[in-house]
Design a protein around this ligand. Structure first.
Ligand SMILES: [Zn+2]
Length: 243
């Protein structure tokens, strides 16, 4: 490895966000944000179990703290659990102290099941907030395939899109619930209003599992990292959400 590529890899490890891995194996990491949710998380778990798939759940601490049995059930299914903040506020608008508290409190609610993985609420972060996550020992996990499940209400559209765009080593973004129900824009796509009903997402997820489970292995993010060379991008977004 040349000095230049070593430096580039090191800088990306500190400041980059994981989007996918480069791998010859047909593996995929399905990720589910904003839970746990008493109604929909069990439905996602049942689908994953039916297809012997594993996923990664980026959990909101405040919701996890009141549903320890559901958190335990996610872990018992062999899935990975990462941090999605304490109460889903956009990080760019918070102080460093508050951001660290958001991660620590969520971590506490998820012990002993938590993996050192963090997905910022709305995918929004600054250079500083990324650095803080690194200092706290966290890998920041983005995605390279977005189901659009907070605004897409038709499972056929969502399922078709996912099947067309999927590629080995990818990380797919889903939401097992929407933490900010009724917020005009979940995420930074302000053209769309949010669609809290999860049935379209559940149907699209089942389509994906059904069509791909013969050819793909659905793994957790830690397993994905073992399966190929990580690709991290400089993923900085100003806050567009009202926190
Ligand atoms: Zn979220």
């Amino acid at each position: 490895m040349s000095l230049q590529s070593f430096l580039s890899t090191s800088v990306r490890k500190v400041f980059g966000s994981l989007t996918h891995v480069v791998t010859p194996s047909a593996v995929l990491a399905l990720t589910f944000d904003d839970g746990p949710d008493p109604e929909n998380t069990p439905k996602v778990l049942a689908l994953l179990e039916k297809y012997q798939a594993r996923g990664t759940f980026f959990v909101v601490g405040q919701a996890a703290a009141v549903q320890p049995a559901l958190v335990q059930r996610i872990a018992a299914g062999g899935h990975a659990i990462g941090i999605h903040s304490w109460d889903h506020r956009a990080f760019p608008g918070l102080t460093s102290r508050e951001r660290r508290r958001q991660i620590r409190e969520c971590e506490r609610a998820l012990r002993p099941y938590v993996s050192p993985l963090f997905r910022p609420p709305y995918g929004e972060q600054t250079v500083m907030s990324r650095l803080e996550a690194f200092m706290m020992g966290y890998e920041v996990v983005g995605w390279n395939l977005n189901s659009g499940d907070w605004y897409e209400s038709q499972s056929s559209v969502m399922g078709k899109y996912l099947l067309e765009m999927v590629s080995p080593g990818g990380i797919v973004l889903f939401h097992d619930t929407l933490y900010d129900k009724g917020t005009p824009a979940h995420g930074t796509d302000s053209e769309h209003t949010s669609w809290p009903d999860r049935q379209a997402m559940l149907d699209a997820l089942e389509t994906m599992l059904d069509r791909l489970s013969g050819s793909y292995r659905f793994v957790t993010v830690p397993e994905l990292l073992q399966a190929g060379r990580p690709r991290r991008s400089f993923w900085f977004k100003p806050s567009l959400a009202t926190a």
